[in-house]
Ligand binder design. Sequence first.
Ligand SMILES: C[S@@+](CC[C@H](N)C(=O)[O-])C[C@H]1O[C@@H](n2cnc3c(N)ncnc32)[C@H](O)[C@@H]1O
Ligand SMILES: O=S(=O)(c1ccc2c(c1)CN[C@@H](CF)C2)N1CCSCC1
Length: 261
Amino acid sequence: MAACYQKFDPAAYLQYNYTPPRADFARKDSIVPWKLACLHRAFTEGDVSGELLVDIGSGPTLYQVMSGCEVFNKLILTDFLEVNRQELRCWLQNEGGCSLDWTPYLEHVCKLEGKRPSAWKEKAGRLRHVISDILPVDVHCSQPLAPETLPLAGADCLVSCFCLESVSPDLPAFTRALGHIGKLLRPGGHLLLIGALGESYYFGGPGVRIPVVPLNEAQVCDSLKESGYTLIRLEVYTLPQDMQVGVDDVTGVFFAKAKKE
Ligand SMILES: C[S@@+](CC[C@H](N)C(=O)[O-])C[C@H]1O[C@@H](n2cnc3c(N)ncnc32)[C@H](O)[C@@H]1O
Ligand SMILES: O=S(=O)(c1ccc2c(c1)CN[C@@H](CF)C2)N1CCSCC1
């Protein structure tokens, strides 16, 4: 699986998935407002708390931690590829030249929080303040992060989006990876997992076709239970027909909130 990621192109990936038509904030049935609303609710409904949030397989994206950065004082971003870690560092350093302007996402999350959209600059500042590390990760390792990266007790919360199914050759590998990242989480800690349903491939750049293990809702629920989580909520978004733009064959997206037993 690692070989097919050697040509992953962060800028192309962002353009395929995080710009219109897929990322259209004006469109009522767009996926991005749905995803951001799921994350906002999950982080702010009162049961998620602590010091440390870890994002597993961040890629070159930041949307997934824009709500969580208000709840946690320390945030670790992780990815397998240096090109993605470099893209995240570019945003963190705030010196321009990054592949995507995250302002519309920051503005939308501010609105979800009851703030003026113009508060996006303060939110960007908060996010840059709490990001403490951008580290390598491999979810196929029984210890996905370097030893001593996390406190002995583990992280208080994990978030992971479109990673595990995109790097696992089959369902057993997906379930094992869930177990591996679960070891990074303290007992009683929460996992917020976003992923693709029914997807068998995606393009990580021009001509960079990456296999994905196709999942359905029942398999996601079974894998969470098998790897030591209690499911709190599963929400599903079904892809509008015109969202099939040729960059993958995703049919829907799931959002799972779960707790480590
Ligand atoms: C589809 S992207 C998801 C990116 C981002 N989280 C998002 O929501 O769009 C999958 C990510 O998994 C990373 N990856 C590849 N192999 C991995 C591995 N063995 N362990 C962890 N992450 C891996 C890739 O570098 C890529 O950034
Ligand atoms: O923006 S998404 O949430 C999105 C976002 C990222 C990805 C996918 C989908 C599907 N392929 C994944 C490969 F891992 C990456 N979205 C999913 C529903 S339809 C519009 C696009």
